[in-house]
Design a binder for this molecule. Structure first.
Ligand code: ADP
Length: 268
């Protein structure tokens, strides 16, 4: 072990070997998910994953503009990932950066295999992702929340996509890297999994890992994704139950109307 290694370890772990935010190596940051956060969108969701705070809004399937981009036999999925100027420590320039374009593309590629785009020829499905606060792993949390927003929009899907970053920092393999672990660590591996299919729809790697280490972190990622997936399922189910309740309430006949009907039939 060289001197740099020991300095990094000192920075990233406490005396008990816990991470600076008190987590074990395979522990996720606190997770909060909600659906239907925006009333104008066809579907929406909000996630707090650690200190990441991200909103996703889905519009469509709808008429595609500009028309020349229409695809004859399927819908066009457009994903826009943007970070607020206030979302990171130093003000981010408002113009979309190369990083934001790249992340928009990888999230689109992570979601696309789960959608039945062929059901909506020439249409557009737009997914807007706005990062209000970023703290490492924002592309994974964005994939998780965008997938929930698509389901909330009622768009048929083969399954839900769940994202989580894993990697290595301070010589240890870690699940759900924080911003600091991502920056000073040896490797960052953002992944997204298509549930029910056990397939990766996103797998990137920044840094270096041995073949054995990669196999091990991917195994750790599966466990983490399972926890996130259960949360996605739970909020979606609760959202649908609430809609069902609202519909059945609105369909229930008014008691006054029933009484008025009975009275009029008695007098007949
Ligand atoms: P991800 O958010 O998916 O991990 P990156 O690895 O590119 O993507 O970024 C890691 C973290 O670096 C981000 O989550 C964010 O906290 C921070 N970051 C990204 N872009 C900027 C920026 N322009 N200025 C300051 N911090 C940034």
């Amino acid at each position: 072990m060289n001197e740099t290694d020991s300095v990094e370890k000192e920075k990233l772990f406490d005396d008990k070997g816990l991470r600076l935010d008190g987590r074990q190596v395979d522990e996720l940051r606190p997770l909060k998910l909600e659906v239907g956060s925006l009333s104008r969108a066809d579907g929406s969701a909000y996630i707090e994953h650690g200190r990441n705070k991200i909103l996703a809004a889905v519009y469509g399937p709808r008429e595609l503009h500009p028309r020349h981009r229409a695809i004859a036999d399927r819908a066009l999925l457009r994903v826009t990932y943007r970070m607020g100027t206030f979302s990171v420590g130093e003000r981010k320039r408002p113009a979309p950066s190369r990083r934001e374009h790249e992340i928009s593309m990888v999230i689109r590629q992570a979601l696309e295999p789960m959608l039945f785009l062929e059901m909506y020829p020439r249409a557009a499905i737009d997914v807007f992702i706005q990062v209000l606060e970023a703290d490492g792993g924002s592309r994974c949390a964005s994939t998780t929340v965008a997938s929930v927003a698509l389901a909330n929009a009622g768009i048929p899907m083969r399954g839900i996509v769940t994202g989580c970053a894993v990697g290595k920092a301070g010589g240890k393999l870690l699940v759900d890297l924080s911003d600091l672990e991502d920056k000073v660590g040896e490797a960052d591996v953002p992944i997204a999994m298509a549930y029910g299919r056990s397939k990766y729809t996103l797998l990137q790697m920044d840094g270096k890992l041995s073949k054995e280490e990669l196999a091990k972190v991917l195994e750790m990622a599966e466990g983490a994704c399972e926890v996130i997936y259960e949360k996605q399922q739970k909020v979606l189910r609760e959202g649908f139950l609430q809609i069902r309740e609202e519909i059945s309430e609105s369909e229930e006949p008014d008691v006054d109307d029933i009484e008025a009907d009975t009275e009029s039939s008695d007098s007949d």
